[in-house]
Structures are given as structure tokens and as C-alpha cells.
Write a protein that binds this ligand. Structure first.
Ligand code: IP8
Length: 250
């Protein structure tokens, strides 16, 4: 089972609110379609981030992964932006005969008062068994004591990888991997301390943590994970290890 995240920045124009990068999304969808057609990646769950859909809306309403809202209109605005992007992603996949179906985390997941995420996966397992490709997205979730807070696609990827015992996890980003201070792709990361100094904050509006947050999340997983650029979606799905491999060594 493979969990693939399409980074929001990789498929949208992150500097302009609610603007799709149609060309990039089309290329990602081509790669996914090619991999499934060849039978290399039968059990695939896709998660996409927000990019210019969702992050701007969340900042406007002051909503983060910890600070919530109890205003239903703010929820409709942020969740609505993410559903719009999800529609675009599904559409591009369906056009290429990928059997993609939507899963909206706001309708299914929740956080407890400590902020821990509970994401039911029974429906996702059944979708996979029935030949569908579930497509989840960063979203809002009901959060005990806080209203509704943001859940990032990266958090969803981690929960899915754990609960569905993923064999591999891939994060498609705007960059070809995690870059060192000379902009060269780091081959393999096994501890956060090794790369802490070179992982800066994200430059565009991002309420969920940028590259440092991604590396931390992936280091916690049992499944091997890779961060790579758009051109490497197809090789990743074919079983290669492009970009930066992130593997916790106990
Ligand atoms: O781009 C964020 O998802 P991400 C979703 O994966 C919202 O961090 C609503 C900002």
C-alpha cells in the first residue's frame, strides 16, 4: 500500500489565492494514471495539501492546527476552499481513468482535547478493496474544546501510513527533495538533528509547518518515506527511491 501526498504548493500557485497550477496537476495526474495502468501501484491512497486553497482562508480566520474557530461560516469558507481543490484533483484523475473518489476529513476525523487526531480508516480500506483510489485533503476537523482546527495533509499521511500499515510513503513537493545549504538534494535523512540547521521556515503562507514539519512527521513513521519533485512521481510509484529518503534509524 502506498500513500502519496501531492503538496499544495506543487499543484497550485501558492502566491495567488485559489489559483490552480493546472499544468503541474495534469502532470501529476498523468504520472499516477501511468503507474496504475501498468499495475505498479495497485493500492494507492492520495492526499493533497492546500497550497493557495485553504491556507489563505485559514489565516484570514486566524485558524491553525491549534487555534480553532466556532464560526460555521469560517468553517464553510476554509473547508469549501479545500473541497474546491479536491474537485479539481478528482477531475484531473478521472479524466485519466484513475478510479478516484473523495474523502473529506472534516466529515470523518476529529481531534481530542489534547489535539490528537482520530481518523477512521475502515471506509478507506473498503474503498481500496473495491478498486477505488481514495483522495483525501488537508482540511478542518472538529477539535474538542477548540471548535474546528486545521489538519494538514502531512498529518493525514502519517495517520494513514500507520493505520493502514503503508509499505511506502511519498511526498511530492515543489523541490526535488530536501535541499542542503548549497541547494543540493540530501540523499537520506535519519535524524532531525542532522538537518535542523538547513531547514528554514516556509516562505509563502503556510499554517502547518513547512519542510521542517514534514521531515519531523516522516521521521516518526515506520514506513520508508521519500520527498521528491513532480518529475519523480512516476519513478516513485514504480518502486524507485527518488529525491530524499527519510528513514528513522532506531
Ligand atoms: O497544505 C492545509 O493542508 P496542508 C489545509 O497539507 C488547510 O498543510 C485547511 C489549510
Amino acid at each position: 500500500m502506498i500513500v502519496l501526498k501531492l503538496g499544495g504548493s506543487a499543484i497550485t500557485d501558492k502566491e495567488r489565492p485559489e489559483t490552480l497550477d493546472g499544468d503541474a496537476l495534469g502532470r501529476a495526474a498523468d504520472a499516477i494514471s501511468a503507474a496504475l495502468d501498468g499495475g505498479d501501484a495497485e493500492d494507492l491512497v492520495i492526499v493533497h495539501g492546500g497550497g493557495s486553497f485553504g491556507h489563505h482562508n485559514a489565516s484570514e480566520h486566524g485558524v491553525t492546527t491549534a487555534a480553532g474557530t466556532r464560526d460555521a461560516e469560517a468553517v464553510a469558507d476554509i473547508h469549501g476552499a479545500m473541497k474546491t481543490l479536491n474537485q479539481f484533483v478528482l477531475q484531473r484523475l478521472l479524466e485519466r481513468d484513475v478510479n478516484a473518489v473523495p474523502v473529506h476529513p472534516f466529515s470523518t476525523a476529529r481531534r481530542d482535547a489534547d489535539g490528537a487526531l482520530a481518523l477512521p480508516t475502515g471506509q478507506i480500506e473498503t474503498m481500496l478493496a473495491e478498486g477505488f483510489v481514495p483522495v483525501l485533503h488537508g482540511d478542518l476537523v472538529a477539535h474538542a474544546g477548540a471548535g474546528a482546527t486545521v489538519v494538514s495533509g502531512d498529518e493525514l499521511v502519517a495517520a494513514l501510513a500507520r493505520d493502514l500499515e503503508a509499505d511506502r510513503v511519498g511526498l511530492c513537493s515543489t523541490v526535488p527533495g530536501v535541499l542542503d545549504d548549497e541547494d543540493a538534494v540530501i540523499d537520506c535523512i535519519t535524524s532531525f538533528e542532522d538537518v535542523e540547521a538547513v531547514l528554514g521556515a516556509s516562505d509563502a503562507t503556510d499554517v502547518t509547518g513547512g519542510m521542517a514539519g514534514k521531515v519531523r512527521t516522516l521521521l516518526d513513521l515506520e514506513a520508508p518515506a521519500s520527498i521528491f519533485g513532480l518529475e519523480d512521481v512516476e519513478p516513485f510509484l514504480a518502486g524507485e527511491e527518488p529525491g530524499t529518503k527519510i528513514e528513522f534509524e532506531a
